[in-house]
Design a protein around this ligand. Structure first.
Ligand SMILES: CC(=O)SCCNC(=O)CCNC(=O)[C@H](O)C(C)(C)COP(=O)(O)OP(=O)(O)OC[C@H]1O[C@@H](n2cnc3c(N)ncnc32)[C@H](O)[C@@H]1OP(=O)(O)O
Length: 149
């Protein structure tokens, strides 16, 4: 499986929206994703297959020295092949160079995603009770910090 990590552009929007519908109960729409193309705080990365298809993607928003990872998703047919590793590693390397910390929220029962984030140095700093619905579930707040002192 060959892929490259590229910045999200218009050609990816339908593919990402389809992936969102596959992965999440409240999927981002094409219009929501398109807004991010004009959002100066947003960096959305796509794992693009050789034919231009979307194999996975991840979105980061940066405000001052804080980065917030919004979305990470990989096509079920391409999971366990290191795509999420590559996406998160890119954000962590960016964070190491530019940020004080990265944060994200994840469903408390999402063991694969929690393992992914722990592998990249994130740890739990809090819990938001019943944060998600469909189905109702707590969010775990995770962070990854760099000492800028
Ligand atoms: C901030 C948020 O967006 S939270 C929501 C995260 N997204 C989702 O839950 C959407 C549905 N799930 C997915 O899209 C995928 O399963 C993801 C994004 C969680 C993982 O994507 P993949 O490309 O399969 O992960 P990848 O192959 O890069 O694995 C990296 C690490 O993640 C962890 N991991 C991934 N899948 C699993 C799994 N099924 N079980 C346990 N650990 C897992 C492991 O630590 C793995 O490292 P290892 O291979 O050395 O063991």
């Amino acid at each position: 499986m060959n892929y490259q990590l590229v910045p999200m552009d218009r050609s990816h929007l339908e593919g990402i929206a389809a992936l969102e519908r596959t992965c999440f109960s409240h999927p981002w729409s094409v219009d929501m994703l398109a807004e991010e193309l004009y959002n100066e705080t947003a960096s959305f990365l796509v794992a693009e297959g050789e034919d231009g298809s979307v194999l996975g993607y991840a979105g980061l928003h940066v405000v001052l020295d804080e980065g917030y990872i919004d979305n990470v998703a990989v096509d079920p047919a391409y999971r366990r092949q290191g795509i999420a590793d590559a996406l998160i590693d890119t954000f962590v390397r960016f964070g190491a160079a530019k940020l004080a910390f990265l944060t994200l929220e994840v469903r408390a029962g999402n063991a694969p995603a929690i393992a992914l984030y722990e592998k990249h140095g994130f740890y739990e700093v809090g819990r938001r009770k019943d944060y998600y619905d469909d189905p109702k579930e707590d969010a775990i707040l995770m962070t990854r910090e760099w000492d800028r002192a």
